[in-house]
Design a protein around this ligand. Structure first.
Ligand code: ADP
Ligand code: MG
Length: 394
């Protein structure tokens, strides 16, 4: 670990400002929290701080209020859920600039007690990374701890600005994400296999470009399959593909150090519709009026063979339109293959991809399920995340 962590600082009697990612999904309409795993993910850091006598001030963004107060985006339900999990009341501390001064609440905290700021993005200074707001946040605490890996790709006041004013260290969740993602990119465990899918080529070009330098084999699935077929001179169906995407796919195919595998067969349909009739065709025979919506059974077996032999697996992006039963099998087959590999390092990232792992109950078979969608993708692209760069070096 090249950055300091919460274990490197003495927190006893100190007030710690902990940036967490409590941007939880909620049910539309009711606002009921549908998945509180992001709240639970903060528990290791909270326990460490409580057992070492720190006073804790949590802060997070929630939704996109764009610099103003939006009643439905208050932290109250999140604060209640955190209270349930952490076993002590999480006290509302407001936000710098509010009528109620957060410092008054925070000053009265005893060691082990927890307060939480209001939604950081209610303040325009948060996303603007304004020095004034960063300084106001910093003035509330003695130590800054970033445990919000999912927000580390954003240069905001609570992820970057505040670190200039206080000792700045990683929390447990942040540390684990960085360790696992670094291992995914840098370890010599071989063969290394990357499985990359998802909706669009443009979303995944950077990650493909980086991973082809770091693994032995890349398996291609998802919406980008059509561009890869076209680049090889195969028919690609009725979807419009930009010349740029075909060019990118071609460059990756013909100039990568890694072996790039594309499907041998695919599942196609005439409409982009849940109830469209699926048919399996060889990649040489994709009809001109059809869309490629999943990888076919031969490809599933080919990909599974590569996966099973791997010592390191990185998976991001579904192989097909996994939300629809007729086009989900390719993704499920990859998920089961990844889960079945006995002695390999396995990292899975991406919102839809992680949802599949959860849905199939395979989380325990995966070495690391990355919590940060955009952040883990940017890390795998080889970018330095601003929220990580801002932390103190070890
Ligand atoms: P993740 O969230 O795991 O990072 P992405 O956001 O890149 O993955 O892509 C997920 C989406 O890609 C899913 O909604 C899925 O339906 C879509 N998708 C996968 N394959 C196809 C395809 N062949 N055509 C259209 N959409 C696809
Ligand atoms: Mg996604």
């Amino acid at each position: 670990m090249t950055k300091q962590t919460v274990r490197d600082v003495d927190v006893n009697g100190k007030t710690c400002l902990v940036r967490v990612d409590f941007n939880v999904p909620v049910e539309p309409g009711t606002g009921i929290i549908s998945d509180d795993s992001r709240i639970r993910a903060a528990l290791p850091t909270i326990h460490h701080l409580q057992s070492n006598g720190a006073r804790i001030v949590l802060c997070s963004h929630f939704g996109r209020p764009k610099g103003q107060v939006v009643e439905e985006l208050r932290m109250s339900a999140i604060r209640q859920r955190a209270t349930d999990w952490f076993g002590v009341e999480v006290i509302d501390a407001g936000l710098p600039g509010d009528k109620t001064n957060p410092a008054d609440t925070i000053d009265s905290l005893k060691p082990g007690e927890i307060a939480m700021l209001e939604n950081l993005r209610f303040h325009p200074g948060e996303e603007a990374n304004s020095p004034g707001f960063a300084d106001a946040l910093a003035s509330l605490a003695d130590i800054y701890i970033n445990d919000a890996f999912g927000a580390a790709h954003r240069a905001h006041a609570s992820t970057v600005g505040v670190a200039e004013y206080l000792p700045a260290v990683a929390g447990y969740l942040m540390e684990r994400e960085l360790k696992m993602l670094t291992r995914a990119l840098e370890s010599e465990e071989r063969p290394g296999v990357a499985v990359i899918g998802g909706a669009k080529v443009s979303d995944k070009i950077q990650v493909l470009a980086n991973l082809t330098k770091r693994v032995d084999t890349v398996l291609i699935g998802g919406g980008m399959v059509a561009a890869f077929l076209k680049a090889q001179g195969y028919p690609s169906g009725g979807v419009e593909i930009s010349d740029e995407d075909v060019h990118t796919a071609g460059q990756l195919l013909f100039s990568s150090e890694a072996k790039i595998m594309t499907p041998a067969d695919v599942v196609v349909a005439r409409e982009f519709d849940e109830d469209a009739t699926p048919s399996v065709v060889d990649v040489t025979e994709v009809p001109g009026d059809c869309l490629v919506l999943d990888i076919g059974p031969v490809t599933r077996a080919d990909y599974a063979e590569e996966i099973i032999a791997a010592k390191k697996i990185i998976w991001n992006g579904p192989m097909g339109v996994v939300e629809w039963e007729s086009f989900a099998e390719g993704t499920f087959a990859v998920a089961r293959a990844v889960a079945a590999v006995p002695d390999a390092f396995k990292l899975v990232g991406g919102g839809s991809t992680v949802a599949v792992i959860e849905e199939l109950g395979l989380r325990s078979e995966i070495t690391h399920v990355s919590t940060g969608g955009g952040a883990s993708l940017e890390f795998l692209e080889g970018k330095v995340l601003p929220g990580v760069a801002a932390l103190d070096d070890a």
